[in-house]
Design a protein around this ligand. Structure first.
Ligand SMILES: Nc1ncnc2c1ncn2[C@@H]1O[C@H](COP(=O)(O)OP(=O)(O)OP(=O)(O)O)[C@@H](O)[C@H]1O
Ligand SMILES: Nc1nc2c(c(=O)[nH]1)N=C(CO)CN2
Length: 232
């Protein structure tokens, strides 16, 4: 997905959370100073492959087989640690640097691509951590308009951004270990972010003509939430 297509949903997310677009743009510009271009071919060839988009819900431990059996494993944030602890290699990590940036830095040094996201509320982490990453394996992302080496292939939370990235590079089937939209352990802010992740994944599956089983039973509500945004 390119930014023009993503922008209506981005605007709705900004409105809903009260995030400032200029703050995202400033973060992007800070990141652009620290980033180098990352040709997406460096991710490897995911075209037609079954790609596991691993989320960080506690159920990831029970869903581990889905990741183990996939051709490509993309881990959102702390899902990378859970997978590696269980002997599942991660092919890419997607993160906004707020929980386990050491894992992300280490992965880049091992030659594993990391998509590191800059947004209005993580500039200190961007400044601290991007210089510690191996440039060659770091894809720097923004949710605002892309600039120079900073790209935007769509999405908001780490997990749905991972799915949009996989889609962007031609992934085949997407499977979703470690996702739980009704996780009672998450606080109110995280729950709202997960609501957006569900909407974004519904939008993505519609565009792909696919059905993600984690969305079963939710599609009518998600379509109702998306309608005013996409019809605008
Ligand atoms: N029940 C869940 N709890 C946490 N994450 C979940 C859950 N279900 C799915 N996910 C996905 O896993 C991703 C990684 O979550 P984690 O809590 O490790 O990182 P995070 O940095 O807090 O994520 P984010 O900043 O994107 O909210 C989330 O971004 C989300 O897309
Ligand atoms: N400005 C801003 N952008 C975000 C934020 C956030 O807290 N603030 N959190 C995200 C995923 O957790 C993704 N994008």
């Amino acid at each position: 997905m390119n930014f023009d297509a993503f922008e209506p949903v981005y605007r709705a997310i900004l409105d809903d959370f009260g995030f400032e677009r200029v703050a995202d743009e400033r973060a992007r510009d800070v990141a652009a100073e620290l980033a180098t271009p990352f040709p997406l071919g460096r991710l490897g060839d995911w075209r037609g492959e079954t790609v596991a988009i691993a989320g960080a819900a506690p159920r990831l431990a029970d869903d581990i087989h889905l990741a183990r059996d996939a051709d490509v494993v993309v881990a959102a944030s702390t899902a990378a640690d859970v997978l590696r602890d269980r002997g599942v290699d991660v092919d890419c990590m997607v993160t906004d640097l707020d929980k386990n940036p050491e894992t992300a830095a280490e992965l880049t040094r091992e030659g594993v691509p990391v998509a590191a996201h800059a947004h209005g509320d993580n500039v200190p982490a961007v400044r601290e951590w991007l210089p510690r990453f191996d440039d060659e394996w770091t894809l720097v992302t923004t949710q605002a308009a892309p600039v120079g080496p900073v790209s935007n292939t769509g999405g908001f939370t780490d997990g749905d951004r991972a799915a949009f990235l996989a889609d962007h590079v031609g992934a085949g089937r997407l499977v979703f270990p470690g996702w739980d939209f009704d996780d009672p352990a998450v606080g109110p802010m995280k729950a709202r972010k997960l609501d957006w992740a569900a909407r974004l994944l519904r939008w993505l599956e519609r565009g792909r003509g696919e059905r993600f089983d984690i969305l079963d039973g939710r599609r009518d509500d998600l379509d109702a939430a998306l309608a005013p945004i996409l019809d605008r």
